[in-house]
Design a protein around this ligand. Structure first.
Ligand SMILES: Nc1nc2c(ncn2[C@@H]2O[C@H](COP(=O)(O)OP(=O)(O)OP(=O)(O)O)[C@@H](O)[C@H]2O)c(=O)[nH]1
Ligand SMILES: [Mg+2]
Length: 440
């Protein structure tokens, strides 16, 4: 336990989801576990042995029965004494078991408090603790696998690799500061520059893998835009694999923005169909187009849909947004091949031709490469820290003065260390763990 911490109290929560289920688990952690076991079970079970018994309340009445597991410190999830009571998974039963544990001296855990204790007791670093929540929240297989890799420590190891190299480089620079002899200095300076550029390259790699992984967490907001009747809704239906949006031959069919969640290669994507953009006197259609413009402004990626043989684009597209030009209805123009051609993708929503090329183009435009097994399910916080480290390394590479060079390296190291957890700020910890579910 870090110095300065007061002795923790004992916490308890229902660790399984609320509702009905075959088994429900009440988890207890803290120094009072032996006394609580005595009160609720009559005795403390042998470590790590599944024991069957009745669960008793303060009056000695049986509230449930089931298996009990006891994990003595420090070999438990939290690093403290942990008791798991596996009862019957009904909301009333679970509240009764929890009530018995609370009456015996525990207090109700806050969200994420078990994992927070695991972090404070050195069982997990901060990136691993965050991976626990990301694994639970994973919206796709790919996201879950990537969270599990972080939980196993792959991401932390990559960060620690960078920190270790930085430490060596700093030692080299500090030595030069202490012995400022001329010859030594120029030799060291060369060595330091070479190490710095190796380090920068390694950091870029971790950053690219993290950026890619962050797509798995946050998903991608892909917005269709174009003139009326070019086939935006038809394309959304094709990509979604079902008839979600209304399609008619009447221009101005779609009035409201319509969202559909899909996955491409495990990357979660929200497709947004919008009202076609044109001059219109129809009040409803004009309101729809205002929504289109809001959606376009928020898009990670714009799919600008044009019609083959009628390739005019609406004029009101926002500048700068990442976009793919999609030429639809190629079935109407004989001799036009499907697939990627330069910076456009040619498709037919009607026949399905070119749709795979469109899926690939969407992932590419989003920065999803063929890194597969090596992406890290990074959070915004991690990306910011890696970005800050990069800024300091860049600043260092431009400095001629050793003292300032050393200072930038120190700042880069500090930024990286915050990823795995040498953060002192209590409010940051509060923010991270408050997003957990209760009982984790
Ligand atoms: N031949 C052909 N027709 C298509 C294709 N895609 C869509 N269409 C037809 O084009 C018409 C308009 O399609 P929608 O998907 O409603 O077009 P939209 O862009 O959503 O139109 P608005 O909602 O009015 O902006 C419908 O009659 C579709 O059947 C295609 O690839 N080939
Ligand atoms: Mg439409």
């Amino acid at each position: 336990m870090p110095s300065g911490e007061v002795t923790p109290d004992t916490i308890a929560a229902v660790a399984t989801p609320s509702g009905r289920g075959g088994i429900g688990i009440v988890r207890v952690s803290g120094p009072e576990v032996p006394a609580i076991a005595q009160a609720v079970l009559g005795s403390l079970p042998a470590p790590r042995m599944a024991v069957h018994g009745p669960f008793l309340d303060a009056r000695g009445e049986r509230v449930d029965e089931g298996l009990v597991l006891y994990f003595p410190p420090p070999h438990s999830y939290t690093g403290e004494a942990v008791l798991e009571l596996q009862g019957h998974g009904g909301p009333v039963v679970m509240q009764a078991v929890l009530g018995a544990v609370l009456d015996a001296g525990a207090r109700l855990a806050e969200p994420g408090e078990f994992t927070r204790r695991a972090f404070l007791n050195g069982k997990l670093d901060l990136a691993q603790a965050e991976a626990v929540a990301d694994l639970i929240d994973a919206a796709s297989r790919e996201a879950a696998r990537s969270a599990l890799r972080s939980l196993r420590g792959d991401f932390s190891a990559a960060i620690q690799g960078l920190v270790a190299e930085l430490t060596e480089l700093r030692a080299l620079v500090e030595a030069t500061l202490d012995f400022p002899e001329e010859d030594l200095d120029s030799l060291h300076r060369k060595d330091a520059q070479a190490r710095l550029s190796r380090l920068s390259a390694a950091l870029e790699d971790v950053l690219a893998r993290s950026r890619q992984g962050s797509l798995l967490r946050s998903g991608l907001h892909v917005v269709f835009a174009g003139l009326p009747n070019v086939g935006k809704s038809s394309l959304l239906n094709r990509l979604a694999g079902e008839e979600r949006a209304i399609v008619t031959a009447v221009p101005g069919t779609t009035r409201d923005a319509l969202r559909e969640s899909i996955q491409i290669d495990g990357v979660p994507i929200v497709l947004v169909d919008t009202a076609g953009l044109r001059e219109s006197r129809d009040e409803v259609e004009r309101l729809g187009m205002a929504r289109t413009r809001d959606e376009m402004a928020r898009a990670d990626l714009l799919l600008v849909v044009l019609e083959a043989g009628r390739p005019e684009a609406p004029v009101t597209l926002p500048d700068g947004a990442t976009r793919i030009t999609v030429i639809n209805k190629i079935d109407l123009v004989p001799g036009l091949a499907a697939g990627k051609q330069g910076d456009e993708v040619r498709v037919s929503a009607k026949s399905g031709a070119g749709l795979d090329a469109l899926r690939t183009a969407i992932l590419e435009a989003a920065g999803w490469g063929a890194r597969g097994e090596s992406v890290f399910l990074a959070r915004e916080r991690h990306l910011r820290a890696l970005g800050a480290a990069r800024t300091h390394l860049e600043a260092a590479s431009k400095l001629a003065q050793w003292e300032l060079f050393a200072e930038e390296l120190r700042l880069a190291q500090e930024a990286l260390a915050a990823v795995t957890g040498r953060v002192s700020a209590d409010d940051l910890l509060g923010e991270i763990f408050a997003r957990f579910c209760i009982g984790k």
